[in-house]
Design a protein around this ligand. Structure first.
Ligand SMILES: *Cc1c(COP(=O)(O)O)cnc(C)c1O
Length: 486
């Protein structure tokens, strides 16, 4: 704690400077984490957020306007997603909380309605979001994953065969995050219905876009409450609805199912305490920003933005497919692209792109880079492809220096290396990250290459735990950017 306060001007100058190592998302070079709708949208968001910055959505009787906004947001999304009147829900702080709540509600519903004797199981495609694993981790549920077909959608036959006496819920994504394709939700929800199970649709990233894709003429298969077997659905507002961070919705077929989400305790000296979701205090700003966005943009505004996103994604797809050396893992059904290569190490291409200022997630099974396409990328797409071409050339030069046999030997070596050696090599990388105060290096290809060749999951988990420890280690010297300014 500093002894004295800092002057406002000085303080903000300091914070601006601290930001200098952060990802420069405004330049259209970032493909995750930030959903940029442009300057005007950002201004409206800030005004709405500021107006409700101090208000708390925990107790709706103190701030009826927040309750009204939340109910309006939920109702708008329910109608976008196939409600004929009964669908209801609540706002949450994000996709993860929405999914946690749906899993918890399903668990409590199953306790009342199914005869489960052991640990309840959730059956889901391997591509479904880690939030389901988190729910299982927190709520004493077990996740059973189902393999995908060649088209990267869940294999429905395998899912059917995996249903047991312990199964409570089937999951599908619309679309899944890693590959951007929609699971056969019609078949999944029918399967759930036939077996009397809960069906959750994770439309966290697709729930806002897909109804507009349909309006723009794309044949989007039914994925929402128009399907009678769908019990709950998650949809994020802080992604493609452009709301400030901390805004998502979890919807239920009817209020009967939603009751299993709520928490009430009646014997606290502080009074009767009721809370709809995980968090206690609920930021009024996020609710207000979500409400403001839906009303500021309206159908017309979203349709225009979604049109740009759709066109831009199609152009990314065409140009990737036309380029020698890279390909998409599967043809995207929305705005998410997995970029891979048959000829080169895609992680090395990723490193070259990082050096040129592009920010993309690294994926595994298969190794690929992830692109979440936004309207702003329409302006940076040409730069993206000239840098991608340069990156491929650079990686090619490198592999030309290594003969084909050498490359094969290297691959075979990594494959046949005893696990201990690979772990030791990765540990070395982890130590380097530690020494730099938790900063992940720009060149990560060797680390990802080795991480994906470690066979036991437990080893990888231990290594990642070490990285997390060092990222949140307050005894380490402060991050370089902070050190520079202080
Ligand atoms: C983003 C996302 C989530 C998790 O949402 P958070 O807001 O990051 O918690 C879950 N599922 C899918 C498909 C997503 O894209």
């Amino acid at each position: 704690m500093p002894g004295q306060g800092t002057d406002q001007e000085e303080l903000f100058a300091l914070m601006e400077k601290m930001k200098h190592q952060d990802t420069k998302w405004r330049e259209g070079q970032t493909f995750c984490l930030v959903y940029d709708g442009g300057k005007e949208i950002s201004e409206v968001n800030k005004r709405a957020y500021n107006l409700y910055m101090s208000e708390n959505g925990l107790n709706p009787s103190a701030f009826p306007s927040l309750k009204e906004m939340e109910n309006d947001v939920v109702s708008i999304l329910a109608h976008q997603l196939g409600s004929t009147g009964e669908v209801t829900g609540t706002m949450t702080s994000g996709g993860t909380e929405s999914i946690l709540m749906a899993c918890k509600a399903a668990r409590d519903w199953a306790r009342q309605n199914l005869k489960i004797t052991g640990t309840p199981q959730i059956l889901m495609p391997v591509s479904a979001h880690p939030a389901f694993h988190k729910a299982a981790h927190y709520f004493d549920i077990e996740v059973v994953t189902v393999a995908l077909c060649d088209n990267y959608r869940v294999n429905i036959e395998l899912m059917k065969n995996a249903i047991t006496e312990q199964t409570i819920m089937l999951v599908g994504s619309a679309p899944n995050y890693p590959f951007g394709v929609i699971d056969p939700i019609g078949e999944i929800s029918k399967l759930a219905q036939d077996h009397g199970l809960w069906c959750h649709v994770d439309a966290c990233i697709g729930g806002i876009l897909l109804p507009f894709y349909r309006k723009l003429g794309q044949a989007v298969p039914p994925f929402d409450f128009t399907l009678p077997g769908v019990t709950s659905l998650s949809v994020d507002l802080h992604k493609y609805a452009y709301a400030a961070k901390g805004a998502s919705v979890v919807l239920y077929k009817n209020a009967e199912y939603r009751r299993h989400q709520f928490f009430i305790t009646t014997d606290w000296p502080g009074g009767i305490y009721a809370s709809p979701s995980m968090t206690g205090t609920r930021p009024g700003g996020a609710i207000a920003s979500a409400w403001a966005m839906l009303h500021f943009l309206g159908e017309e505004g979203y349709l225009e933005l979604v049109g740009t996103i759709k066109q831009t994604t199609e152009e990314f797809y065409r140009r990737i497919e036309a380029l020698d050396g890279v390909k998409t893992v599967v043809k995207p059904e929305m705005s998410l692209i997995a970029l891979a290569s048959d000829q080169h190490d895609i992680y090395q291409i990723g490193d070259e792109m990082s050096l040129r200022g592009w920010y993309m997630d690294r994926q595994q099974f298969p190794p690929s880079l992830h692109l979440t396409v936004m309207a702003g990328h329409a302006h940076s797409i040409d730069r993206f492809f000239s840098d991608l071409q340069a990156s491929i050339l650079e990686v090619q030069k490198f592999s030309n220096r290594m003969s084909h046999t050498q490359t094969q030997i290297k691959k075979a070596l990594i494959r046949s290396m005893p696990k201990g050696i690979i772990s030791a090599l990765v540990k070395k990388e982890v130590r380097a990250i530690r020494q730099s105060g938790g900063v992940i290096p720009k060149k990560t290809a060797p680390m990802y290459g080795m991480l994906t060749s470690i066979e036991t999951q437990g080893d990888v988990e231990k290594l990642v735990l070490n990285i997390m420890d060092s990222m949140f280690d307050q005894s380490l010297p402060v991050n370089n950017s902070v050190k520079d300014v202080s």
